[in-house]
Ligand binder design. Structure first.
Ligand SMILES: *Cc1c(COP(=O)(O)O)cnc(C)c1O
Length: 471
């Protein structure tokens, strides 16, 4: 450390000094004292880090009262704001796990807000006047839509897989193809979940080819379950062979073994009708006769985070009885959101227009172009010659570990600003209110309009306006 840096560090005031200063300047307290103290600590910490990290000669003004108050104010604002906040998704990744996966349909979000601020019949049977089951509210509609005999819901699909394995195969063996030992982002790995559930994994076949005989040869007294996992976030192509769920169900029938399919991102609508790649629907999967089918509520389904389990009555009943179920149970907000989302699926056209995830996945090229032009015009209307905005053709992605090979042709608005690097623009937009998350390609800051909601276009323009003013 240089002597100048050491000298400055010695001059750094203590918390009490700044607190005193703050209380003199801000007699009207807007924040509880402990929060102010914490904000001052954080401001001083930042200042210390700045001094240590800077090679150039530092100005003593860095430690002026005005500067200390300013830093405290910023830190306090930060502390008083909610950490979890709305973000504008300009990445073009529709089911973006880091940005909250699916947006709840408008009416669904309203329903959740209404129900969660009030008492409800969550676990109360209004007809009998007795205790009811929280799951009963979605079981019937899940069976109605999927065609399954029985249904249940837990916290997420990872929980659904774990609970199913723990119930059906603890201390026993589960046969899985080597081509299906998937890892989903966020450390969900089939072999690890299996180990934790107490079931023993028996791998069969090879990475690219697995045959029915491979499964059959591995069946022993200890076998409790045949499991198929949807390879949702990758694809094995070329010289490949996999056993269809239908054939596996037949094999299970021959040896009296239950068969489970982890569908990953389950969808009720055959999206291949809307020019997306073919994925098995929940209905098709249930129709194969599989005993257990599990999938997420917030991937392509477009609802709240949940793990949905549908299948045969006796098997699902067994899973429901597992005491671990209680630890994975969903709360009333999720339940309200899930029931209301499922209602939309009674009419496919309605589902496609009302569920944002489906709407964005099937958005016509014309709508995308119109939206891109609207954003482009807004930016040009800022009338600043330093800002250049252009339309760029790229591809959006489904995300959520679904349809990894799907190309979704889209339009991005690309922005350059004289005197600012693309990465600086990206950072300023990320720190805007609300934050705008885009990406950089070839030194251009890109915003994919597919995932930008209509009312967000003016917000993006305001963020750029502010950026230009402050530059
Ligand atoms: C996403 C996924 C999971 C995990 O689902 P969550 O709802 O995120 O817990 C499990 N299995 C597969 C195949 C998946 O794609």
């Amino acid at each position: 450390m240089k002597p100048e840096q050491q000298a400055l560090l010695r001059k750094l005031p203590g918390v009490d000094y700044v607190l005193n200063l703050w209380e003199q300047e801000q007699p009207a307290q807007q924040a509880p004292r402990p929060v102010v103290v914490q904000a001052i600590r954080s401001a001083l910490g930042k200042l210390r880090a700045t001094i240590m990290a800077t090679d150039e000669t530092l100005d003593e003004a860095l430690l002026s009262d005005t500067q200390l108050l300013h830093l405290t104010e910023t830190a306090l604002k930060n502390a008083m704001n909610f950490k979890l906040k709305r973000v504008i998704n300009a990445t073009g990744v529709v089911v973006h796990t880091n940005l909250g996966r699916s947006l709840l349909p408008e009416g669904v979000a309203r329903h959740v807000a209404e129900l969660s601020g009030r008492y409800s019949n969550l676990e109360f049977d209004l007809e009998q006047g007795a205790r009811g089951s929280r799951y009963s509210h979605v079981e019937d509609i899940l069976c109605e839509i999927s065609g399954a005999e029985a249904a249940m819901v837990v916290n997420n699909n990872a929980g659904a897989v774990f609970l199913s394995l723990e119930t059906l195969a603890k201390g026993k063996e589960v046969i899985v193809s080597r081509g299906e030992l998937v890892e989903i982002g966020g450390s969900f790995r089939i072999p690890d979940v299996m180990a934790r559930s107490g079931a023993r994994l028996v791998e069969v076949g090879t990475t690219n080819r697995t045959h029915l005989a491979d499964y059959e040869r591995a069946i022993r007294n200890e076998t409790a379950l045949l499991l198929k996992v949807h390879t949702s976030n990758y694809s094995v192509v070329g010289f490949t062979a996999e056993v269809s769920l239908k054939d596996l169900v037949a094999l299970g029938g021959k040896y009296h073994l239950p068969v489970m399919k982890d569908l990953g991102s389950g969808n009720f609508v055959a999206l291949s009708k809307y020019s997306l790649l073919k994925e098995p629907t929940v209905q098709e999967t249930v129709a194969t006769g599989a005993d257990v089918v599990s999938f997420s509520g917030d991937k392509m389904l477009g609802g709240p985070q949940a793990g949905i389990i549908v299948g045969r009555k006796d098997t699902i009943e067994g899973i429901k009885q597992n005491p671990i179920n209680r630890a994975l149970r969903i709360d009333k907000m999720t339940l309200a959101a899930l029931e209301a989302t499922l209602h939309l699926y009674r009419d496919e056209a309605q589902a496609l227009s009302a569920i944002p995830t489906l709407r964005m996945l099937t958005m016509p090229a014309k709508v995308i172009l119109t939206k891109a032009r609207r954003l482009l015009n807004r930016l040009r209307k800022l009338g600043n010659n330093q800002l250049k905005a252009v339309l760029v053709k790229t591809s959006s992605r489904v995300g959520g570990g679904a349809l990894p090979l799907q190309e979704l042709p889209t339009k991005c608005v690309g922005v350059t600003i004289e005197g600012l690097s693309a990465s600086r623009i990206e950072q300023i937009m990320r720190e805007a209110t609300p934050p705008v998350v885009g990406h950089i390609e070839d030194d251009l800051f890109l915003m994919d309009v597919r995932t930008i909601q209509d009312e967000e276009i003016p917000m993006i323009a305001s963020a750029f306006k502010k950026m230009l003013e402050e530059q």
